[in-house]
Design a protein around this ligand. Structure first.
Ligand SMILES: N[C@@H](CCC(=O)N[C@@H](CS)C(=O)NCC(=O)O)C(=O)O
Length: 214
């Protein structure tokens, strides 16, 4: 398999678990098919009949999925897809230690999102505590590791998977005021955010991507 492969990224018509992979494709200048199952909210419920019909065809009955070379290979699990693409596009660090650090930070994002979902079910006070403590501590930890090479990127001298994951984490929450407060003492992370947003291929994508509810 070579990097001249063709790619089809399959997900719902939303950013969700596919957007980091879409942004990796865009940043790398790699063409891909951005296949989106329609999803509408009706009576407070998600309706996605096309997906329901196709679901049993997928290995774990979940998406995103990445089909390579016309479906010769299919990769499941969003984080496995992201790491695969990042490795292919040279965005996974420049040695095995950098790779592991990028990988670990991505795992922490999963943990912090889980903490947020838990806080939401526990009520308003827990959500407030989440932003003031959990998210802030996670950002401070990321800040400590950031920009050691003075490149403005989080790790090393070029864009990596974690830069994009961090950008999407920052935009994951509805309460942007609390996110900005949690980021207060993290100048390097804010700089990474802006650098990602100003990357020409990504900027173009942010301007033209479909506006979706999630
Ligand atoms: N750990 C998986 C979770 C995938 C997942 O739960 N996907 C949801 C959509 S966000 C799904 O396909 N659900 C199946 C369904 O709703 O029928 C990943 O990161 O890819």
């Amino acid at each position: 398999m070579s990097s001249s492969s063709t790619y089809k990224l399959i997900y719902f018509d939303g950013r969700g678990l596919a957007e980091t992979s879409r942004m990796l494709f865009k940043a790398a200048g790699q063409a891909f098919e951005d296949y989106r199952y329609p999803i509408v909210i009706s009576g407070g419920q998600y309706q996605r009949p096309e997906w329901d019909a196709d679901k049993p065809k997928y290995l774990y009955e979940k998406i995103p999925a990445l089909e390579i070379d016309g479906g010769k290979y299919t990769i499941a699990q969003s984080k496995a897809i992201e790491r695969f693409l990042a490795r292919r596009f040279n965005m996974m660090g420049s040695n095995d230690v950098e790779t592991a650090i990028i990988d670990a930070a991505g795992e922490q994002i999963i943990d912090v999102k889980q903490a947020y979902n838990k806080a939401k079910t526990a009520g308003e006070d827990s959500v407030k505590k989440f932003f003031e403590e959990d998210l802030k501590k996670t950002f401070m930890a990321f800040e400590k590791q950031a920009n050691k090479d003075k490149s403005g990127y989080w790790m090393g001298s070029r864009l990596s998977l974690f830069d994009i994951q961090l950008y999407n984490l920052i935009h994951f929450f509805d309460d942007q005021q609390s996110v900005q407060k949690a980021l207060e003492n993290c100048p390097s992370l804010k700089a990474v955010h802006d650098k990602v947003e100003q990357t020409p291929e990504i900027k173009k994508w942010l301007d033209e991507r479909p506006q979706t509810v999630f």
